[in-house]
Design a protein around this ligand. Structure first.
Ligand SMILES: [Zn+2]
Length: 112
């Protein structure tokens, strides 16, 4: 699949962390591996995440957390082989940018 420049997407840096995670469905581990998120179950200020490779853990809604920073700055070195993240999803992530003054705030998505 070819992605043109118009496929680039921009999110605001201060975008809600959970909404962002829900949207991109990727999770950076402490070792710099990108995992695919199978499900995210938000419970107030924290959420239970299950990856495609079967890991489950709790995350906290913090824009300044390690994971949030890693996602924004793309400090990931490889993709989890077990999660089998499709190439288009990695491509989409690689064309996603986080900026201070421009981009979607992900605020108008339905809450249903
Ligand atoms: Zn994985």
């Amino acid at each position: 699949m070819h992605m043109s420049d118009s496929a680039k997407r921009y999110y605001r840096k201060h975008v809600d962390f959970f909404r962002l995670i829900e949207k991109i469905k990727l999770w950076p581990s402490r070792k710099g591996t990108l995992h695919g998120i199978r499900s995210i179950n938000i419970k107030g200020n924290y959420a239970e995440v299950i990856t495609h490779c079967g890991e489950s853990f709790m995350i906290y809604n913090s824009k300044s957390s390690r994971a949030a920073r890693w996602l924004r700055n793309k400090w990931v070195s490889n993709a989890c082989p077990k999660c089998k993240i499709p190439a288009w999803k990695l491509e989409k992530y690689s064309t996603t940018y986080f900026t201070e003054h421009y981009g979607s705030e992900l605020k108008h998505k339905g809450d249903s």
